[in-house]
Design a protein around this ligand. Structure first.
Ligand SMILES: Cc1ncc(COP(=O)(O)O)c(C=O)c1O
Length: 286
């Protein structure tokens, strides 16, 4: 299936406070973030014309930038309004929203002092993240860095270097995604989603030390607790994968995604995964 290139589409993009035609939404080649990786971004889904957990995503964008030592020139409320506007202007009933903030071309050099902060929000149709009902993962050689080596809680562009490498290596190996360990060798997350294991009827998920604390992760933990399922956040080591009866990923893009195999070890799409899929599906459309 061919996908329309992202720089050659109809529609409008919200760009520094204005709606601009999609094909005119450009940046200069000497933009600081293009060279130094300090852009921050978000990804949210639109259901029935409404962005799920919009304010949470806008707040995280502001927080991600703050962790990279810059302030956005827009408040959370302004970002929410801009997102709603761009979704409506593009007549998007279901799809994806991609806000991005970056440092401009006023200054080039390691220091970002003197750069301006720019913000854009794009909205476009987007279907399922994976084609498979249950995906296969391989463990990546890339490790999530320690919080002393990177601002782990920030959705910063530079942190996705290893995610892109890991994902493309997984695709080249004929599976859908990669599972990453962290700098200590503990389970962390996939390249764009958080990890859950079902162990003795309980949901276990890694702590937030080296991962993005997903908005979907938090939502699913809440949904599970409402069902009376015990949720445990803790250090999880790779050998525990042998004891898991079910495994799934969560994320705005992947939603609740069953994992059918990790490094060749197979998992069924079990009852807790199915319950979480159903509960999340109902909630995002409510
Ligand atoms: C590395 C990574 N972890 C986790 C997530 C899940 O986060 P959320 O549920 O907020 O989309 C994402 C998706 O944005 C991600 O890119």
């Amino acid at each position: 299936m061919s996908v329309l290139p992202f720089d050659d589409r109809d529609g409008v993009i919200w760009y520094n406070g204005k709606l601009v035609h999609w094909r005119d939404a450009k940046v200069h080649l000497l933009s600081h973030s293009l060279h130094y990786g300090n852009a921050v971004f978000e990804g949210a889904r639109v259901y029935n014309g409404k962005v799920f957990k919009l304010a949470e995503h806008s707040r995280r964008l502001v927080k991600s930038a703050k962790m990279l030592a810059y302030d956005l020139p827009y408040s959370v409320e302004e970002l929410d309004a801009a997102t709603k506007l761009v979704v409506a202007e593009n007549k998007l009933d279901s799809g994806y929203v991609r806000p991005l903030a970056w440092r401009g071309a006023e200054v080039i050099g390691v220091s970002a002092k003197g750069t301006k902060v720019h913000v854009m929000i794009a909205a476009f149709p987007w279907g399922a993240y994976y084609e498979q009902k249950a995906i296969k993962l391989v463990t990546s050689k890339w490790k999530r860095p320690s919080p002393e080596s990177s601002p782990a809680g920030s959705k910063a562009a530079g942190l996705y270097i290893i995610c892109t490498l890991a994902k493309d290596e997984a695709l080249a190996a004929g599976v859908q995604d990669a599972l990453m360990h962290d700098y200590k060798g503990r389970l962390s997350e996939a390249t764009g989603a958080n990890l859950f294991l079902v162990l003795d009827g309980e949901l276990h998920t890694p702590t937030t030390e080296t991962i993005l604390n997903g908005i979907t992760r938090q939502t699913v933990m809440e949904l599970a607790r409402k069902r009376g399922i015990k949720v445990v956040e803790r250090e999880i080591w790779p050998d525990e994968l042998a004891k898991a009866s079910e495994v799934f990923l969560t994320g705005s893009a992947v939603e609740v995604q069953p994992v059918g195999a990790i490094d060749g070890r197979e998992y069924p799409v079990g009852p807790i995964t199915q319950q979480m899929i159903a509960d999340y599906h109902a909630l995002v459309r409510s």
